[in-house]
Design a binder for this molecule. Structure first.
Ligand code: PHE
Length: 372
């Protein structure tokens, strides 16, 4: 027989005293009511309803009570624990509802706000126009060539038959590159893309059919029609039996593809040291097609009522240039042209002011669409 269970520690059993159980229950319900968020409630639940909570510990003491005391203590502690766990549940769902309501407000999406606020980039229209111009010649069998922007004077001038006293060499037009201590470097910022004519003939096997889009530099002030930095598209053909007729045909195809079917072209005699004969190339005004000429009632702003628009220079390659580039002038002949890319962009897209092209305002570029 076991001895009557009267040996329990009165201090431990005090945990089962009604006042004490009531105190634990009140403390738990208070803490639950005060839990301000779900995280906090979780801590409160562990502290007051978890395995090591005062009520759980008190519950364990019941087993040690004399049988007569067990039922009553069980009821008291069990009631308190149920009340606490129900309070936790109720507070839990209350806090969840609050959170859900808050999320609906805080994470609401205003579908009327503008989207895509970081505009996508696009290439500059000068780049894309230059590419379209070059592509027309690529379609006729030309290759695209390149040359340096900082160029040897020899390529930029001497090889192109500019005599030493040619006015284009003076400080007025050319950016000369200073050497160490201000000495002459023999380098310039290329004033045109024509030096790449000579480079192409030296670099390549004949025949040569190249176009050269590129940046060029002259000491002009920036104004509506000039920029110290501008772009040209050079063309060069060197082959056997090449004549001016091929040049006219190539220019004609270019103008029609770029500006419109049926537009006429013309050449006016001109002078360049590196071509002979030389010409300025004009195309018929694609806006008025000549209708504004001598017709003050219908003036044309695109061609200033002249009926023609100048697009570049051209000519038969001077044999001196061929010789400088090591080409046999008995066997080969060629022609070349230089077209202004800014001018082409101005006419093709109605750009009125050079400033727009150089200032880099994204709104100007974006107006051409996102052409990549
Ligand atoms: N290089 C000349 C210029 O810049 C244009 C040109 C190129 C003329 C090729 C004839 C042949 O004005």
């Amino acid at each position: 027989m076991s001895a009557p269970n009267n040996s329990y520690d009165p201090v431990e059993v005090s945990a089962l005293h009604p006042d004490e159980v009531e105190r634990m229950r009140t403390e738990a319900l208070d803490a639950i009511a005060k839990a301000a968020g779900l995280e906090e409630l979780k801590e409160v639940r562990i502290a007051h309803a978890g395995d090591r909570s005062p009520l759980a510990l008190a519950n364990r003491e019941i087993g040690a009570l004399p049988p007569a005391a067990k039922a009553e203590a069980g009821k008291r502690v069990g009631g308190a624990r149920r009340a606490v766990s129900e309070a936790v549940k109720a507070r839990q769902s209350q806090l969840e509802d609050e959170r859900d309501a808050r999320v609906l407000v805080e994470e609401a999406v205003d579908v009327t706000l503008p989207f895509d606020r970081i505009p996508r980039g696009a290439r500059h229209p000068l780049t894309t126009v230059a590419e379209r111009m070059a592509d027309i010649f690529v379609g006729m069998g030309f290759e695209v060539a390149e040359g340096p922007e900082v160029e040897a004077e020899w390529y930029n001038f001497d090889a192109l038959n500019f005599l030493p006293d040619h006015p284009a060499r003076t400080m007025q037009d050319t950016f000369f590159v200073a050497g160490p201590d201000g000495a002459e470097s023999g380098l310039v910022l290329r004033t045109h893309t024509s030096p790449v004519q000579v480079r192409s003939m030296l670099d390549r096997e004949l025949p040569v059919y190249v176009v050269v889009p590129g940046r060029t530099f002259r000491t002009d002030e920036l104004d509506a029609t000039h920029s110290p930095v501008f772009h040209q598209l050079e063309g060069l053909v060197v082959d056997e039996g090449i004549t001016l007729a091929h040049l006219r045909g190539a220019i004609q195809v270019f103008v029609e593809r770029m500006f419109g079917e049926g537009l006429r072209t013309r050449m006016r005699p001109s002078y360049f040291p590196f071509t002979e004969p030389s010409a300025e190339v004009d195309m018929e005004c694609f806006v008025c097609r000549g209708a504004s000429v001598g017709n003050p009632d219908a003036p044309c702003r695109t061609c200033s009522s002249e009926g023609w628009i100048e697009i570049g220079g051209c000519g038969v390659v001077n044999p001196r240039v061929l010789t400088a580039a090591g080409v046999d002038t008995e066997r080969y002949s060629g022609w070349a042209f230089g077209l202004g890319i800014e001018r082409t962009l101005m006419f093709a897209h109605g750009v009125k002011d050079m400033h727009d092209m150089v200032e880099g305002d994204i709104r100007f570029t974006a107006a051409f669409g996102m052409e990549m």
